[in-house]
Design a protein around this ligand. Sequence first.
Ligand code: NIG
Ligand code: FE
Length: 421
Amino acid sequence: MSDSLLITGAAQILTLRGGVPRRGSSLSKLGFIRDGALLVRDGKIVAAGPRAQVEKRAEARRAEKFDVGGRVVLPGFVDSHTHLIHAASRAEEYELKIQGASYEEIARKGGGILNSAKKLRIATAEALKRRARAALEEFAAHGTTTVEAKSGYGLDVASELKILGLHRELNAEQPLEIVSTFLGAHTVPAEFRSLPDGAERYIKLLVEQLLPEVVNNRLAEFCDVFCDRGAFTREESKRVLSEGKLHGLAPRVHAEQLSHTGATRLAVELEAASCDHLEQVNARDIWALANSRTAATLLPGCGFHLGLKQYAPARKLIEAGAIVALATDYNPGTSPTMSMPMILSLACTQLRMTPAEAIAAATINAAYALRREKRIGSLEAGKQADLAVFEVEDYREIPYYFGMNRCWMTMKRGEIIYMRD
Ligand code: NIG
Ligand code: FE
C-alpha cells in the first residue's frame, strides 16, 4: 500500500493559505479552491491546490485515493481556550441562572469555580481522564483537531498538578493535540478566603511553590489569569503573569468579561499570546489590541449560555485591525459546549462576523493564538494534515446550520479520527 493519500472530490477546499495573523479585511480570505485536491504523506500536506494540478504529480498517481463526495474541506478547528478537565457539570447552577441569579451572585455564595474545585479535588485522576476523553471525542466529532486546556479547578498544589499531569497523559494517549495552560490564578480558593491577606497568600503559594513545579516538570506552555471582579485584580494578575513569563510561560489573560479591569492593556503590555473574552472592552483597549501582536479571542458561547445581552464588539475589533480568534471556552460554568460549529453560528448571528471571518478566526488566527501557526491552522504544503470535512455544499452552511452536527470526517496528522457512521 502507498504511504501517500490523495484527497479529491471536495466541492470546496478552504486552504486558509496566506499571511498570518489575519487582521481587518484579510480575515475573510479563505484561500478558496473549487474542485481541489490534497496530497498527504507522513501526516503532512505535500500539496494543496486545484485537482488537475495536484493530480499531475507522480506521487499523486501512486497515492491511495480518498473521495470526499462533493463535501467541503477545511483545516481542523483550533480551539484555543478550554477548561477541559473538570469533574462534573453545573446544571444545578444553570437552573438558578435561568430563574434569575447572576453568575457573580452564585460565585459569591460558594458556587461557580469553587463549586467545580470542590468536585475536582475529590475526583480520581481516572474519573477526570474518562470525562476528558469523552469530551475530546466530542471535540473531534465537531471538526476540532487541537485543543488548548487550562488547569484552574484544582486551586491547590496537588490538584493543579493532577490536572496538568492529565493534560500531558491525554496528549500522549489520544489523537487530539492538547496545549497545556497553567491557570492556578482562576480564583482564590475557599480555604484562603477566610484568612487575612488570603489572596496575597494564595498568590505567594502559586508563585513560590506551584510555578516552579509546573516549569521544572514542563507541565505547561502558557500561564493564564482570570483578571476580573471577584477573581484577581490587575496588579495581582500582573505579578502572576510576570513570574510565569520569567519562568518561560507565555501569558494569556481572561480579560474584561464581567467588568472592566484594565486586563486587556496588561495583556498587551506583557505581550500576551492572547487576551480572551473582551465583552467589556473600551475604545482604548480596542486600539491597544489593534496595535499589538496579542490575539483577541472571543468566546460567544458564554453570552449564549448565561443568557447575557452583551457580546464582545467583534466588528470594532476587526475593523480596528485586531487579530480576532474564536474559541469554545468549554467549561462547566459559562460555556458547556465542545462544538466549534456552534461557536461559528454564534459569531455570525451575535458578533456579526461573516462566515468567512468566523472560519479564519477559528483556524489560522486560533493557531496563531497558540503560537502554532507554522504547523497548523491552514492547508498548505509542509503543514500538518489536520482537517475537517463537512456534509455541506457551501462553507457558509457550516455556521448556517445550528444545534446539529454537519461534520462528516476529521483527520489529525493524516489519520482519520472521526467518521460519521
Ligand atoms: O472562561 N471566567 C473564568 N473562567 C471561565 C468560567 C469558569 C467557571 O465558571 O467555571 C470562563 O468563563
Ligand atoms: Fe475561560
